[in-house]
Ligand binder design. Structure first.
Ligand SMILES: Nc1ncnc2c1ncn2[C@@H]1O[C@H](COP(=O)(O)OP(=O)(O)OP(=O)(O)O)[C@@H](O)[C@H]1O
Ligand SMILES: [Mg+2]
Length: 404
């Protein structure tokens, strides 16, 4: 071959960018990583610099508006307009890489971001699951029953490692053959929202695997868990495109699986509540986008700067039935109007078990006050959170919550 033909052949191979050959991968995790990155690159190429066609709204939801369309070359894609598309697509692709590393790349679809006037700014774009798939909440019930046990175990591990908070049936697509595509990873790896749904792949839930049938994690799942549990933070950040906190959370989850096994790590997620218990507000869950301030051990809301919402929430503990007293320590520099609603919420039954509304008259300017909220916890499974809803009328600071 002449040099010119050799160069031409090389150029053609690069342009066509064939899938990396995985005939004899050095190891599955490494091959999966290469493959996942390659698929993301292919998608980015397909959607960059091309106007999308046949855009049709799928839904206008509380956190995203979603459209289906296709590229000029006919590739079907889904556009998600979310508050932070870079973050959403980064979290999604970390999940995508992990899935490929255990040989389950087909459980997820690649994602990227595109910026265009047509989309009104930057949006997240994923490959379309295809017409054979329906969202899990709308698919016929027997489609879900066909999801293989092996898939349930893999998905449970992936959801655990990535701390998924929103894996309910509408956040997966399923086909008549029980094939699965996992979607919507916005609330994971420490990006929390008010809700906290244990993954439906966890034992006892709708698509839960059977813990009695799982003695040892299959080899590739165990190997990946070990690799994550023993990696340093910088390496995890690089490998999965994560920030420091996300990488640490993923490693902590992998270490739990190593120590306790998959089922053990899942049960340990919702630990048993105790009394007495002292929760510092700064260590509780706080909405990241509501404009609240963590100041030392407290969390603060400021009118004009913060959005009315739950100032603190969590920690989702399982309490034995009985009567408890919850004390909230709060203060306000300039109390006014309806100040706050204290709540004990059960995330399992989705019922507020006790609540108390506070007004300006309950406060003395600048003074810490302790407010009591008694609660009767009924028998049965529960995941309790102690919340302070802020209504926006005046500044409010939460220091501590005590359970007795
Ligand atoms: N990759 C995909 N392929 C096909 N359809 C998709 C895909 N991603 C999302 N959809 C469709 O869009 C809907 C909403 O998607 P998604 O869950 O990502 O957005 P969301 O705002 O979080 O929605 P929701 O609040 O309903 O969970 C899905 O139920 C599904 O019908
Ligand atoms: Mg969703």
């Amino acid at each position: 071959m002449t040099r010119v033909r050799l160069l031409a052949a090389l150029l053609l191979t690069t342009l066509a960018a064939p899938a990396p050959s995985l005939a004899r991968p050095k190891d599955l995790a490494q091959a999966g990583h290469i493959r996942a990155r390659w698929e993301v690159r292919q998608l980015r190429r397909a959607v960059r610099n091309t106007a999308l066609q046949d855009l049709q709204a799928i839904k206008n939801g509380c956190t995203a508006s979603v459209l289906a369309g296709r590229t000029a070359q006919g590739r079907a894609v889904v556009v998600r307009k979310v508050a932070d598309p870079e973050c959403a697509s980064r979290l999604h692709n970390a999940f995508f890489i992990l899935a490929h590393q255990i040989g389950a790349g087909d459980l997820v679809l690649p994602a990227t971001t595109v910026s265009s006037g047509q989309l009104g700014g930057t949006a997240m774009v994923t490959a379309h699951a295809g017409s054979a798939f329906q969202p899990g909440n709308r698919a016929p019930a027997d489609w879900l029953t066909r999801v293989a046990e092996e898939v349930r175990i893999k998905a449970a591990l992936l959801d655990l490692l990535t701390a998924q908070q929103d894996r309910i049936s509408k956040n997966l697509m399923v086909s008549a053959r029980g094939e699965v595509r996992l979607i919507d990873h916005d609330f994971s790896l420490g990006h929390v929202h008010e809700w906290n749904h244990p993954s439906l792949f966890f034992p006892g839930r709708k698509l839960g695997y059977d813990p009695a049938s799982l003695h040892d994690l299959p080899g590739p799942l165990r190997q990946l868990t070990t690799a994550i549990a023993t990696a340093d933070t910088a390496e995890l950040m690089r490998r999965y495109g994560l920030d420091r906190a996300e990488a640490r959370l993923m490693r902590a989850r992998a270490q739990d699986v190593q120590r306790l096994g998959l089922t053990g790590a899942i049960s340990a997620l919702r630990s048993t509540g105790q009394r007495p218990l002292l929760l510092l507000a700064s260590a509780m869950s706080v909405h990241s986008r509501a404009g609240y301030l963590r100041t030392g051990d407290t969390v603060k809301a400021i009118p004009g700067q913060s959005q009315p919402n739950h100032l603190v929430f969590g920690p989702y503990l399982r309490y034995a039935p009985g009567r408890y007293s919850i004390r909230f320590e709060l203060r306000s520099a300039t109390p006014a109007g309806r100040m706050a609603t204290l709540e004990v919420n059960d995330a399992v039954s989705r019922r507020v078990l006790a609540s108390r509304t506070l007004s300006a008259a309950d406060f003395a300017a600048g003074q810490w006050r302790e407010f009591e909220l008694p609660v009767d916890v009924p028998a049965g499974d529960n995941a309790l959170e102690f919340r302070v809803a802020w209504h926006g009328s005046a500044d409010l600071e939460v220091a501590k919550i005590r359970v007795r």
